[in-house]
Design a protein around this ligand. Structure first.
Ligand code: PRX
Length: 635
């Protein structure tokens, strides 16, 4: 019996039970039957949750790109692997076959090696959503270099922090990128970042916008001429199962981003398995995930998951609003997309627009629609289900995280009955538990608590780059022995999970995970600012937006508040990126603090939400009078 594909609800329960009772047999069989290995494992899993130590397929040898590309060539060489849909609808789409992708990745792998990149080196990839991005990622993985993709919307300062944290030896970028009607000068952002990145020895530059850029002699090299010269014969590196595959940064509750490290074999097995089952992907389907490859969703479900299954995956350079709000629907029709996977924030933005943008598009090619990145509210769920899914496509609300590598809780398309706003049931191998404030596991149904996972799964991140202690502290110490997700959840009467949102200092804005601490750090650098506190508040389209409470220094008191607010947002944009700008800024004389000096964010959150009821006990505050004052000045 094979466990790779689940065909019915009954079978789901069977596989699920098997995966819990005998995880080693379950994952061992999946790994053995569906991938090619240079060498088999000694042990399927080895772990010590208290030490945050997890290993899968111990001592196995494998290359993920051999599995994602080479393995398919005999049967699917002429099948389209990637459909590239450019930002400008008048520019022709590209269909890259598995043969062509193989050739391009091999050439790029040879270029990287010729530039001195070897197994274990870190390569930062800062590219727009163009084929070179996919090729660079896969080429790194082919030669065992650790890719660190930084979303091309991040600022120079944010890019520099990420490059320095993992001592990247090379940056792969482009002259610029197109997004809607904007052109973004990526190379100049890289130039600025590299003023403070001594580890970077070379920069490979792809051409996209043809804008004039400056090339630094001895450091910057145009990519295309190197590729033109390179051989397409490349021997992939033999990787250990636990060799790092990539680093991807995510926000934390302290200023520094966390470089989550994913390793090779477990990530490969889990992304392939979840892609196949959650989306119920069949051979000739066309899968489109609208995320950027700069986020985990793009890593796992634009690239690795689909390619490991020999699928056709769409890579879209543009935005849903350009040239108008029918772009998504137009692309679905154009490429006969069968699977569409997007974020609630995009759905809310599109639902707000005139229905005439979607109505002319029958969208009959669609079979499955999916949601990811934040809780999907009831209204958005129904709009998506009715207008995009035509009430006939299962809507899979997939809950997971950068740290989890792949989808953890989700309906399986055509198998699990869906329920609006519920991510529903855990995937095989995933053991969610809800914990109460006293750190006890909450049994039974119709309960809420902090969501933890009590057994390792193959794609769990193994560490934070350069800081295992922080990894342990962040994820394994709140509830000792368990992985703490940072999310709260509800389990309904039949055991379905609904994710209610973050329970820590991370705010999800338009599906982007933003830590409040780094934003506060950026604001506090403004010479007129003494202190600040950021909280999230509900927003119709973005899900959450940011509300900043700011205390000015005496020198700032006389300044024009609007100018200051603009300057502060510019600083945030510069330090982090425009996605972290504040929607509302309230200048205050103080912040509610406990006697130990901790800001009481709970109260600030309530004020930002406009909910003045029940602040709870504020008598323990150092300065209870400030609460009234802030409340009265709310904007
Ligand atoms: O709060 C959860 C929310 O997004 C967080 C993870 O963010 P990130 O690491 O950027 O990864 C996003 C893409 C996987 C989670 O802790 N989240 C993600 N998916 C859902 C969700 N919240 C509710 N429902 C979801 N389907």
């Amino acid at each position: 019996m094979s466990y790779y594909k689940i065909d019915s609800l009954e079978q789901y329960f069977k596989h699920y039970n098997k995966s819990i009772r005998e995880p080693r047999k379950f994952w061992g069989k999946i790994a053995e039957e569906n991938f090619t290995w240079y060498q088999q494992w000694e042990k399927v899993v080895d772990f010590n949750m208290a030490e945050a130590d997890v290993k899968w397929f111990v001592d196995a040898k494998v290359n993920i790109v051999k599995n994602a590309i080479d393995r398919h060539l005999a049967r699917r060489g002429n099948k389209t692997a990637i459909i590239f849909e450019p930002n400008n609808p008048d520019e022709p789409a590209l269909h890259i076959t598995y043969n062509e992708l193989h050739q391009r990745v091999c050439k790029m792998a040879n270029v990287l090696r010729a530039q001195g990149i070897a197994k274990g080196d870190r390569v930062c990839i800062y590219l727009p959503m163009i084929p070179e991005l996919a090729v660079a990622v896969l080429a790194c993985a082919r030669i065992g270099a650790i890719h660190s993709v930084v979303f091309a919307g991040f600022s120079a300062a944010a890019l520099a922090t990420r490059i320095n944290d993992s001592d990247c030896k090379m940056v792969v970028t482009s002259d610029g990128g197109f997004r809607g009607n904007k052109t973004i000068g990526l190379k100049s952002i890289v130039d600025e970042a590299l003023q403070s990145c001594p580890s970077v020895k070379s920069v490979l530059v792809a051409k996209r916008t043809n804008d004039e850029i400056s090339m630094h002699a001895d450091r910057d090299i145009w990519l295309q001429p190197l590729l033109d010269e390179a051989s397409d014969n490349n021997v992939a590196e033999i990787m250990d199962a636990e060799d790092p595959l990539f680093i991807l940064y995510t926000s934390g509750s302290t200023g520094k981003p966390k470089g989550m490290v994913h390793t090779t074999a477990g990530y490969m097995v889990y992304t392939a398995y979840t892609f196949k089952n959650v989306f119920n992907y069949e051979e000739n389907d066309i899968f489109w995930c609208t995320a950027d490859i700069g986020w985990i969703t793009g890593h796992s479900y634009i690239l690795y998951g689909p390619l490991l299954n020999g699928a056709t995956t769409v890579m879209f350079e543009g935005v849903p609003s350009h040239p108008d709000f029918s772009r998504f629907w137009e692309v679905i029709e154009k490429h006969r997309v069968t699977h569409f996977y997007t974020a609630p924030t995009a759905i809310r933005a599109l639902a707000k627009e005139n229905i005439d943008y979607i109505q002319p598009y029958p969208l009959k090619s669609l079979k499955v629609i999916g949601s990811v990145g934040e809780p999907i509210n009831e209204e958005a769920w129904h709009w998506y289900n009715d207008h995009v899914g035509g009430k006939r496509c299962p809507l899979v609300d997939t809950w997971w995280q950068t740290e989890t590598g792949g989808i953890m809780i989700s309906p399986l398309a055509f198998i699990t009955p869906t329920k609006p706003t519920y991510a529903s049931l855990p995937l095989p191998g995933i053991q969610p538990v809800l914990m109460d404030e006293k750190r006890n596991e909450i049994e039974g149904n119709q309960v809420t608590g902090s969501l933890c996972i009590k057994f390792p799964w193959p794609a769990i991140a193994r560490t934070i780059w350069g800081n295992h202690q922080r990894y342990k502290d962040t994820y394994f110490s709140t509830f000792p022995g368990k992985y703490f997700t940072g999310d709260g959840a509800l389990r309904d009467e039949v055991g379905y999970y609904r994710i209610t949102g973050r329970v820590d200092d991370v705010v999800i804005v338009s599906g982007h995970n933003l830590g409040t601490a780094p934003i506060e750090d950026a604001i506090n650098e403004h010479p007129a600012v003494a202190e600040s506190a950021i909280v999230g508040f509900p927003h119709d389209i973005k899900g959450n937006a940011l509300y900043g409470y700011i205390i000015l220094k005496e020198t700032g008191e006389s300044r024009d508040r609007n100018n200051l607010a603009n300057e502060i947002n510019m600083m945030i944009s510069h330090q982090i990126g425009p996605i972290a700008k504040l929607d509302k800024i309230q200048f205050v004389n103080g912040l509610p603090k406990t006697r130990s000096g901790k800001i009481m964010r709970r109260i600030l959150r309530k004020i930002a939400e406009g909910d003045f009821s029940n602040f709870g006990d504020i008598s323990t505050l150092l300065n209870p009078e400030i609460v009234e004052e802030i409340k009265d000045g709310r904007i």
